[in-house]
Design a protein around this ligand. Structure first.
Ligand code: SF4
Ligand code: SF4
Length: 313
């Protein structure tokens, strides 16, 4: 049985905030590591698509390095990668799915089941660059929410998308997806992708913080469900957390950092966490770290034992 968390007071929380603000320049720079890595992977994927389409990047004659788009692509001419949500929509339209699409969807689904569904959102999706920028500017300008929407709304949008696909015979989200539109315009200069990105930027900036990704996007909702059983999680150490709240203030999905639930579970349980890595480096007490689920329990039992020892000394 796990021990009760130590009772930290307001002074401890303030000391944590003070500790965060008095970090050295080097420590501050190091705290940017995940965001730098995320931008590298996001732009890296776009570069692979762009280089293959325009600069002839190929692994052999007529075999592009990465052909296609974020819904369906082929890596090195051998490995199909298909968006499982797009595959599900096409399945519901009644169209016959090609074996290659099914294999590609299984590969992508398997990968995200291991590392977290919404890793796609924070580490791959180009829209995230725009919504992060909008959220940052919104905080700087101190803009308040114009409307409040429940975060569960995205699951209704997801259900509606699947229903419309089944009834209309068209993969509904694929026709209007700002992710696909952005990708088409960035890589091929086609369509209204930049207009869609601008609309999302303004919506998130002026109307609702994290409005698109955190409330409406059906692909994010789909990946939240996939992420429920993911192995890679943010581990939580209740013995060191002083309840300063700094983690929730930078998290794009702050509801996943409910401290009561974190105490009970010992890790961020919700699939809505995108494993973006913002909370971990900001935490002044080092209470949040990435870890694999099978290792978290034993780590937390050990941390509890050390904390009990310290308290009884
Ligand atoms: S886990 Fe969050 S609330 Fe707890 S000490 Fe770290 S930043 Fe503060
Ligand atoms: S809990 Fe941490 S890793 Fe998960 S979404 Fe929030 S800031 Fe990102």
């Amino acid at each position: 049985m796990s021990s009760a968390p130590p009772s930290f007071g307001k002074a401890d929380a303030l000391a944590s905030v003070e500790k965060l603000h008095s970090r050295s320049l080097g420590a501050n720079a190091w705290s940017w590591r995940y965001i730098v890595l995320r931008r590298l992977t996001q732009f890296g994927f776009l570069l692979l698509f762009f280089g293959s389409a325009h600069w002839g990047w190929q692994v052999a004659k007529n075999v592009p390095l990465l052909r296609g788009n974020l819904s369906a692509s082929m890596f090195i001419g051998l490995i199909p990668l298909t968006d499982p949500f797009a595959t599900l929509q096409i399945f519901l339209t009644g169209h016959v799915l090609r074996q290659e699409s099914l294999i590609g969807a299984a590969i992508v689904l398997g990968f995200y089941l291991l590392i977290g569904g919404r890793v796609f959102c924070a580490w791959v999706c180009p829209v995230n660059v725009v919504t992060d920028a909008s959220g940052w500017l919104r905080d700087k300008l101190g803009i308040r929410a114009v409307i409040h929407l429940p975060r569960a709304l995205r699951y209704f949008v997801l259900a509606a998308t699947l229903l419309i696909s089944a009834v209309s015979g068209l993969a509904a989200f694929e026709w209007v997806s700002p992710i696909g539109m952005a990708h088409r315009e960035i890589i091929f200069g086609l369509g209204m992708g930049f207009t869609a990105l601008l609309a999302i930027f303004l919506f998130d900036l002026l109307i609702l913080k994290n409005g698109w990704c955190g409330h409406l996007c059906p692909l994010g909702a789909f990946y939240s469900l996939v992420g429920k059983s993911a192995l890679l999680r943010v581990r939580f150490d209740k013995n060191t957390c002083t309840r300063c709240g700094e983690c929730a203030s930078v998290c794009p999905e702050p509801q996943v950092l409910n401290l009561k639930k974190l105490d009970e579970r010992g890790y961020v349980f919700s699939g809505e966490c995108s494993n973006c890595g913002r909370c971990s480096p900001i935490c002044p007490e080092g209470s949040l770290k990435f870890d694999f689920k099978p290792l978290i329990r034993s780590h937390n039992v050990q941390a509890d034992a050390i904390a009990v020892q310290r308290r009884t000394k």
